[in-house]
Design a protein around this ligand. Structure first.
Ligand SMILES: C[S@@+](CC[C@H](N)C(=O)[O-])C[C@H]1O[C@@H](n2cnc3c(N)ncnc32)[C@H](O)[C@@H]1O
Length: 272
């Protein structure tokens, strides 16, 4: 991931999240706070800003953002070293488990890019589905390996430290599951994400995206996403959404902000 491109971001969190808002603060400060009327304006302005900037995530998300902004390279590693992993559910993703348990998850070689501590990898690995969990962070991979070392299905999965964008596996995948990876990368990397998905997936393979966070927050990571953000980069490569629906099984804190998307290449979508 090109962390260098974070450099355009300024040092303050506010301007990171929205330069326009930062300007408004500067402008506002220039007015001065001399009268009650102005103080009331200021309160209203501050309330508005507080509403507009990201208030939907745990406070640790701000710390993650700061680390990623100030560490062009190795930002994710630092987050893992410092135990700053507010995205980690500490359990498999319920929607993915549901697909697995109801037999609606494709079998075969499966990739989970940006797998973090690997709960999803272990949860869906079985003799018919060999799962590779990939993460750029050494610490994440070590944690995933430690957590899963006693799993009875240990021969059905593996963890690998590699950069998703430059990784060249020897075998392609039948299934790729992306949850909180697309939203973690910089938006300008999304077309490279789609190209790499295409490179890694067998022609008749399936991409499953749990799209989050679908909202209107500013800044990131996590960057806000929409179904059309995925379509914009996937459709030109021949992918089509064969299924999109609200994720009813989202954890409480993410309810209403997740959609499940299933993507196949257009030429074979009629077989779904
Ligand atoms: C927001 S976390 C999500 C982790 C996991 N999917 C989860 O839901 O718990 C994003 C993960 O992507 C990893 N990551 C970031 N850039 C990556 C890259 N270029 N290649 C592989 N992994 C990457 C980070 O180390 C981090 O573990």
């Amino acid at each position: 991931m090109r962390w260098m491109s974070f450099r355009w971001l300024s040092n303050t969190l506010l301007s990171v999240q929205n330069p326009a808002l930062a300007n408004r603060v500067v402008l506002f400060r220039g007015v001065g706070f001399g009268t009650t009327h102005r103080s009331m304006d200021r309160n209203r302005e501050e309330q508005l800003i507080a509403k507009e900037i990201n208030v939907k995530f745990k406070p640790e998300v701000n710390q993650v953002q700061e680390i990623l902004v100030t560490n062009s390279f190795g930002g994710w590693e630092k987050c893992w070293e410092q135990g700053l992993t507010p995205w980690d559910l500490g359990q498999p993703t319920p929607a993915l488990l549901h697909l697995h348990h109801t037999g609606s998850l494709p079998k075969g070689r499966t990739l989970v890019p940006g797998c973090g501590s690997g709960h999803d990898v272990v949860a869906i690995a079985c003799p018919e589905r060999y799962v590779v969990g990939l993460d750029v962070s050494d610490k994440a991979i070590k944690k995933a390996e430690e957590l899963s070392s006693l799993s009875p299905n240990a021969n059905c999965f593996t963890f690998l430290r590699a950069d998703f964008f430059s990784w060249h596996p020897s075998e392609l995948f039948d299934l790729i599951f992306d949850y909180t990876f697309f939203c973690a990368i910089e938006p300008e990397m999304r077309s490279r994400w789609a190209m790499q998905i295409q490179n890694l997936l067998k022609p008749d393979g399936e991409l499953i995206t749990l799209m989050f966070p679908i909202d209107d927050h500013i800044g990131g990571p996590p960057y806000k996403v929409s179904v059309s953000d995925y379509e914009e980069v996937l459709c030109p490569l021949g992918f089509k959404a064969v299924f999109v629906a609200d994720n009813e099984l989202a954890i409480k804190a993410r309810k209403g902000r997740e959609k499940l998307g299933r993507w196949k290449r257009s030429s074979i979508q009629s077989s779904m």
